[in-house]
Design a binder for this molecule. Structure first.
Ligand code: FAQ
Length: 312
């Protein structure tokens, strides 16, 4: 049975009125949001690492500047999301510590290596592409600060997606046979992991029903995955490339593309920490925090000194 407070809360949600930080909310709503928003923020931060791998090896100065700017945008997204999460009373340092101890998750996609320059195109096109499909819908999420963060993040992500696609289009149109093969090989590796970003099938998604009722989620994992495939296949064809899925084909009756089954054993192995790069990603993040400790300490001392000077 719902308490009067809970009923009033659900009525607000049903009327599409945003929930703001000082409003009453059920504890479980708060906890679900902290879980999802912290995972989302961690994904943005860990997500910088696969791209950082190519920063020193970008093919020219313009590409290097673009990649650097994209990576900085991802850092910014992480920071807005941590700030939005703090409006729920969560502590950023505590949540980051949980990431580093392996207690909480970040997106499975960032546990795959980036092996060629074409991967910088594929990550922008497929990974940012999948991220946008998910985030466009989250602009309408019920929690005000999360919803507003998504609006700006989506604008930047759509630029990232085009930037990635342009890298691939350029390689396919102007490139050597070797460069074209590099694009196809990269798509072969990232295709399935990108589809896994949307999470398990709806029937295997323990959080979906409650999150849909609270309008934290506005579209289901499977529906978002289908939307992503439907909009991505024409772009794949324009590139002149193929997907590593023999079952991928247009179904005129459904008005959607049919596609093959995801290897869920791979998905769950990555979630458990056993993907190709999980250990490396967490080690890199832990080192970054440890190596930056003296900077934070110096900043704190500096701020203390100024506060004293101001008080005097
Ligand atoms: N990876 O019951 P559900 C980016 C977990 S974009 C890892 O369906 P939910 C941009 C899930 O957390 C990527 N874990 O869960 C960028 C849950 O575990 P828990 C970030 C996954 O929350 C691009 C369990 O499985 N975007 O960073 C994954 O209702 C390029 C059961 O699943 C977001 O985070 C997965 N793929 O739905 C940056 C979007 N899928 O917590 C750099 C916001 C599921 O109970 C470079 N998040 N799990 O232990 C969401 O929309 C949702 O949280 C879902 C999962 C859809 C990801």
């Amino acid at each position: 049975e719902m308490s009067p407070e809970e009923r009033a809360f659900q009525e607000k949600i049903d009327a599409d009125i945003k929930i703001e930080p000082k409003n009453w909310m059920p504890d479980a709503y708060r906890r679900t949001l902290i879980r999802q928003m912290s995972q989302h923020a961690h994904s943005e931060i860990v997500g910088m690492l696969p791209e950082k791998n190519w920063l020193t090896r970008a093919p020219n100065f313009k590409r290097k500047l673009q990649l650097l700017a994209k990576i900085q945008d991802e850092a910014g997204h992480g920071l807005y999301l941590y700030s939005a999460m703090e409006t729920l009373g969560a502590d950023r340092d505590e949540e980051v510590a949980k990431l580093h101890s392996g207690e909480v998750k970040y997106s499975s996609i960032f546990n795959y290596p980036t092996l060629s320059w074409a991967d910088m195109g594929t990550v922008g096109w497929l990974v940012d592409g999948a991220a946008i499909v998910n985030q466009v819908v989250l602009q309408r999420t019920s929690y005000g600060p999360y919803s507003r963060a998504m609006i700006r993040i989506c604008k930047e992500e759509s630029f990232h997606q085009r930037q990635g696609y342009q890298i691939l289009l350029h390689m396919m149109r102007e490139g050597t046979e070797e460069q074209k093969a590099m694009v196809q090989e990269s798509i072969n590796r990232f295709w399935w992991p990108s589809l896994m970003m949307f999470g398990p099938h709806d029937g295997d998604s323990p959080n979906s029903a409650q999150s849909m009722q609270w309008k934290i989620k506005r579209m289901s994992n499977d529906d978002l995955r289908q939307r992503f495939i439907d909009q991505t296949v024409p772009q794949l064809e324009l590139l002149g490339c193929t997907a590593p899925d023999p079952d991928l084909k247009w179904n005129p009756e459904r008005g959607h593309y049919d596609f093959g089954e995801i290897d869920w054993s791979e998905f769950y192995a990555v979630l458990k920490g056993n993907g190709p790069c999980n250990r490396d990603r967490l080690r890199t993040r832990r080192n970054a925090i440890e190596n930056g400790a003296w900077v934070r300490e110096a900043a704190r001392k500096h701020a203390e000194k100024h506060n004293k000077a101001d008080a005097a």
